[in-house]
Write a protein that binds this ligand. Structure first.
Ligand SMILES: Cc1cc2nc3c(=O)[nH]c(=O)nc-3n(C[C@H](O)[C@H](O)[C@H](O)COP(=O)(O)O)c2cc1C
Length: 231
């Protein structure tokens, strides 16, 4: 299984330790290759809000030198993993939000990739409010048309994994390993009802309101999305 991991924490702390456990268990399930990107180091520029990616092919992004390897990794992967601590201000650290902004053109509203409809994704978050990060990331990934999203939230009440009670550490490790096994064995399923719904809504909107000559329309047309569902 080809896996791409996006790390949202700017440090190698709790989320990194939890991800290592997840990877360890995943690798025990079978052959797994990892390609990894760390935020913000691997995407050090903020989205400029130019909206070029919403109206052109994504190679026109001013940060394409950073996003191209990520784009290729996503396209080649069977599974995507997003790991992040919970930051109260807006659920995830700025680096993770910045990653999502740079790939917002994947949304069904613009230029959804047919390759993405076959992929599965996993979200791993740490922090007391870990569920909030999961909600946000899941909504975004479902907006890309990902086939199935699974998650685990590690509620720890400390900024250092090792300072958790040994019993609690063991319990969290057990949850992470179980989630990894389930994720490895997760098979492609029929698309989410929300994906099917959004496909039909956008098919109508892009045809009627975006119109010929505009990027989303031309992208949908050249990929045959107006004629046939891409999933
Ligand atoms: C700026 C900042 C804001 C945070 N806000 C929250 C929060 O609102 N709720 C929470 O449960 N944890 C919060 N935390 C704690 C982290 O989510 C938690 O310690 C996490 O496990 C750290 O992961 P890391 O070691 O991988 O960076 C915050 C940490 C930082 C640095």
């Amino acid at each position: 299984m080809q896996v791409v991991i996006f790390y949202g924490s700017p440090r190698k702390g709790n989320t990194y330790i939890a991800t290592e456990l997840f990877k360890d268990e995943l690798s025990k399930c079978g052959a797994v290759n990892y390609q990894e990107f760390h935020m913000p180091q691997d995407l050090p520029e903020f989205c400029l809000g130019c909206q070029i990616c919403l109206g052109n092919t994504n190679d026109k992004c001013p940060h394409f030198q950073f996003t191209e390897p990520m784009y290729k990794a996503i396209m080649n992967a069977d599974a995507l993993i997003f790991t992040s601590p919970h930051y109260g201000a807006s659920t995830v650290p700025a680096g993770m939000k910045n990653l999502l902004d740079h790939f917002d053109f994947f949304t069904l509203t613009v230029a959804p990739r047919k390759e993405i409809f076959t992929k599965k994704a996993f979200i791993l978050t740490t922090g007391t409010g870990s569920a909030a990060g999961i909600r946000m990331l899941r909504k975004c990934l479902k907006g890309w048309g990902i086939n199935r999203v699974r998650s685990v939230g590690i509620k720890l009440y400390t900024n250092r994994w090792k300072s958790m009670q040994p019993k609690k550490q063991a319990n969290q490790e057990k949850r992470i390993r179980r989630a990894a096994r389930q994720f490895y064995n997760l098979k492609k399923k029929p698309a989410y009802v929300s994906t099917v719904f959004m496909y039909y809504v956008n098919k109508f909107v892009i045809r009627k309101y975006v119109g010929e000559g505009n990027y989303p329309y031309e992208y949908w047309k050249s990929n045959g999305y107006f004629d046939k569902r891409p999933f």
